[in-house]
Design a protein around this ligand. Structure first.
Ligand code: 4AD
Ligand code: MG
Length: 431
């Protein structure tokens, strides 16, 4: 009998098929068992009637418990009422592995209880849907850059110095002598790669020792970072806009079923079209002040500020030219106004806040040296980076997009912890 995945069942209507999976749920009515089966690709109802399978198997199936692994054969039948459009008339059922007292039942559990059992929680329909959307987003990102001629050049995870401020570094003992830090961003190496290859991206895990317990912060998260030689702030904003539009369109095209499981409002995603509004930090501060938020010019935006700003628009908004003082050492000051930097943040709609941060880099050697000193960074560790300004410096720029932030927004999650298979946070290192 052909082993068929549930997602492909439509190609086997009327045929006898074998499903290899797990029992998700079960209910019985006298002479019929309704078995909800799952195999990772989908869910389907198996209908087992006493008349078809005989007394013994029917009785055995009466005791099957949640998450028992089973191999089922039966005939695939179209059924308009079924969520997948099909059902299986069960002929045989074989138990592969038993499952007693499965800890996650259809009743409500607290989030800490579920996070402690994350390795099992991911079997639920909702968590599977999120992880499938995540997969699609990641593929869409890779396809986007590959189609545009960006070269994937990976950057190291063990690094000798900070990229995004020294307060969120994770140290690691590097043999006897040295301390390494887990990378906060591949950007600095990306800049070197861009000088070699023109247009590049890196895509990997990044680490920040975030002591804050917010719904937008993980200590380990995935970031995709493009970098382009001969690019200015506008080029960076154009690229960010195209990327976000392309990723959302791809999820809408390929992951409708998952978005339905998540009860996502599709219309909200469909309005993510070009052009995104582009506003300066100055304008953003005025908007926030007019709405009564206690922000002063010069401060970085907090979660509530970002939420308020993004709620003004039906699509992502790009905020550019932040005060140089609150931004990283590598940002290029605006030549017309040195108190602001040529950086941009992309804020997602519906209150999701920053999904992308980036901008044009400081390409001038003398200015960069000043900034490294002002930020009290160890110059020795940045000598290689300074070489990029010594040997054929060019205007360049790029950005980083946090994958979990995008997953969280597209799936409309309450918290980033559901956007990654195994979240790492201040108080969470298990499982
Ligand atoms: O704005 P950030 O800190 O920018 C950089 O790291 C730049 N070096 C990137 C670059 O220009 N190549 O981080 C970029 C993005 C944020 O917009 C956010 O989406 C995500 O990374 N991010 C986090 N996601 C989850 N948890 C955290 N603690 C995050 N910190 C940043
Ligand atoms: Mg940022």
């Amino acid at each position: 009998m052909a082993h068929v995945y549930i997602e492909d069942i439509g190609q086997h209507e009327g045929e006898e098929v074998t499903i290899k999976g797990w029992l998700h749920n079960r209910r019985s009515s006298g002479k019929i068992h309704f078995l909800i089966l799952r195999d990772g690709t989908g869910f389907i109802q198996g209908v087992m009637s006493k008349a078809d399978v005989g007394d013994d198997l029917f009785k055995a199936a009466d005791h099957l418990s949640q998450e028992t692994s089973v191999i089922v054969t039966g005939t695939a039948r179209a059924d308009k009422r079924a969520p997948s459009g099909y059902e299986i008339d069960v002929k045989t059922l074989e138990v592969v592995g038993e499952s007693h007292d499965y800890p996650i039942t259809p009743k409500e559990h607290g989030v800490d209880y579920l996070l402690d059992r994350r390795h099992l929680w991911i079997r639920s329909e909702r968590q599977q849907a999120i992880l499938r959307v995540r997969h699609e987003i990641i593929n869409a990102v890779r396809d986007f850059f590959n189609a545009r001629g960006f070269i994937l050049a990976d950057t190291p995870i063990f690094t000798p110095a900070a990229c995004e401020g020294t307060t969120t570094l994770f140290p690691a003992q590097y043999f006897e002598e040295q301390t390494a830090y887990l990378t906060q961003s591949g950007q600095l190496y990306n800049e070197a790669n861009a000088m070699a290859l023109g247009k590049v991206y890196c895509f990997g895990p990044t680490f920040r020792a975030e002591k804050s317990k917010t719904r937008r912060h993980l200590t380990e998260f995935w970031m995709v970072e493009p970098e382009m030689a001969y690019a200015d702030l506008n080029d960076v904003m154009d690229l960010a806009e195209d990327l976000v539009v392309s990723v959302v369109a791809r999820v809408l095209e390929k992951r409708r079923r998952e978005l339905t499981v998540l009860e996502r409002d599709i219309a909200k995603l469909e309005s993510v079209q070009k052009p995104f509004p582009r506003i300066s930090y100055d304008e953003a501060v005025k908007t926030l002040q007019a709405r009564g938020l206690p922000i002063e010019w010069g401060g970085d935006f907090g979660g509530p500020d970002e939420t308020m700003l993004s709620e003004q628009y039906d699509r992502p908004v790009m905020v550019h030219r932040y005060p140089a003082a609150v931004k990283a050492f590598y940002m290029k000051p605006d030549p017309d106004r040195s108190d602001v930097a040529l950086g941009v943040d992309v804020l997602a709609p519906e209150g999701y806040g920053e999904i992308i941060g980036g901008g044009e880099r400081l390409a001038d050697l003398a200015l960069l040296l000043e900034r490294i000193k002002a930020h009290k960074l160890p110059q020795e560790a940045f000598e290689w980076y300074l070489d990029l300004r010594r040997y054929g410096t060019v205007p360049h720029g790029g950005f980083g997009m946090g994958i979990e932030r995008v997953v969280s927004w597209i799936c409309k999650l309450d918290h980033l912890r559901e956007a990654i298979p195994y979240p790492r946070m201040l108080y969470r290192l298990y499982p």
